[in-house]
Design a protein around this ligand. Sequence first.
Ligand SMILES: Cc1cc2nc3c(=O)[nH]c(=O)nc-3n(C[C@H](O)[C@H](O)[C@H](O)COP(=O)(O)OP(=O)(O)OC[C@H]3O[C@@H](n4cnc5c(N)ncnc54)[C@H](O)[C@@H]3O)c2cc1C
Length: 542
Amino acid sequence: MDEFSPEQQNILSRFCTNVDKTTFGFINLPQVVCGALFSRYSRSTKSARRVLLEEFILNPEMKFDEIVGGGVSSSSSPSQLVATQKAESFYDRVLVGYGDDSVAELGGAHLACEEISNLATKFVQDARIGISPLEKSTRYVFFHQKDSNGNYRFYRGAELANDADYIRTCTMLFDTYVKLQAPLTIYLQKKYPKPNDGTTDRAYESTIKAKVCDLLRGLLPASTLTNTGLYGNGRAFEYLLTRMYSSDLPEMNRLAGDMQTELSKVIPSFVKRANDKHGVGTQEYWKSCRKNAAAESAKLGGSDNGASSNPVVPEVELIEYDERAEQNVCAAILFSSGQFDYASAKNKADSMPDAERLALLTSYVGIRGNRRHKPGRAFEHAHYTFAICGNFGQYRDLQRHRMLTQERQLLTCTWGYDVPKELSEAGLADEFEKAMQEAKVTYAKLLSSRGPALAQFVVPMAYRLRWYFHLSLREAFHLIELRSQPQGHEDYRRVAIKMHDEIKRVHLRLASFMKFVNRENVALERLESEKRIDEKLAKLRK
Ligand SMILES: Cc1cc2nc3c(=O)[nH]c(=O)nc-3n(C[C@H](O)[C@H](O)[C@H](O)COP(=O)(O)OP(=O)(O)OC[C@H]3O[C@@H](n4cnc5c(N)ncnc54)[C@H](O)[C@@H]3O)c2cc1C
């Protein structure tokens, strides 16, 4: 282990979580310096602390003092913003010799994007690698708070703000959302009185509120403003920004500019290419590919929005699966669990008797104690393609899965909408449906006046859209078992359960390893979770 003099230890202790162990973290350093440090480290025989000390801190050319401020031995903390700006040229100097694109993964940033439309959040959350988003939930908060001008919070960018139909319809949807809250709450309280089992008022009221939010979210238009927090690495942000700049939606282009400005204060070197000549080149490339593919698709009849065809589409349809899924999974198990070459593992898996194959699968999966006990990567050798037609609320939830391939079509009012059963039972469906019909009329007007991309903003979350999931069996375990849990929204639970049914239909044995698919009917989805929160709160108070 590298040893340092007391003086060196004193300097390093300001930047390292310890100076005498082989595992340590870096502190008080701008993100780009950490990136540059690891970059240099990968081409050096020295320990990371030694690189930091000798090549960065004590190397006058690096002007390290300027970056961290107050001298390396000072405990005063410099402004991170000033430090980051100074670190940029430092980073560039280091990277001249050692850079490759992946170095931008070595620093990250937390970014909050507020008052952005639900379409914008979906765009941002399409990022799969390197970005972790968390978004304001439509289940725990009502979305009808007005802004300082007394307007509901929905997207009012210049390209839509002067459209009277758009403004009127979005306002009407929010008005209906507000109007139905009280009668629906009263109905649910009558239907599900507070249980006499020690359930607290807090747990009960939170549960009813969550249910009201769940049942009414279908009224919220895609223009509804929300907040999302993102943590991501530089490379992922750069890619995301480039995609956003190339979008057909002006909101995305503006948001990309705002995000880049703020990220440049934290990880400037990592995101600067998103809109430089290379970034612009990539944006143009994507735009032209999109345009050309749409033109080719149109030639083949793909621009027909389906209005003339039967709009009754199945919610979940298994489009494609692998007939030889079991054999392929078994070959991967044999390969990774022993010393077979792959071709022999495949031959063995193909020729083994059925009972042996089952024994191999069973031993590989083992005894699963809970849904987090997931089978290994061999289960990524079976694939499924599902076509789904579900409401936008459903999609918003399910889109959050990243270990798969998924793409959606634009939001439209073509495929009908879902009216929650309990809204009908409460006698509130007419009001809801009236709002849906009015939104459809405005959607049609916007479609002809502003085009399909902008027309999406007025589509309420209850309307269905079409998307696909192409996923491995391993991700299917995760998605289906997680999304069938009783505390989830009933709409996405239904999709998860149907996906399980479909896999069971074609691969009964593989599907039987999914032991934690929950098909239980629950009336108050949040109640058990809320009761558990009460128990935890009581323990904390002790
Ligand atoms: C009951 C419930 C309530 C929710 N409430 C909210 C909410 O209020 N707000 C909100 O924004 N979202 C909410 N979500 C969505 C949730 O945060 C996840 O985005 C979503 O469930 C996808 O799960 P996942 O990340 O495990 O799955 P996937 O993206 O499919 O990933 C599969 C697995 O891969 C691994 N993985 C994938 N990406 C990463 C990564 N970047 N870093 C580390 N590991 C990774 C993890 O092990 C993960 O479980 C909720 C989900 C549920 C089920």
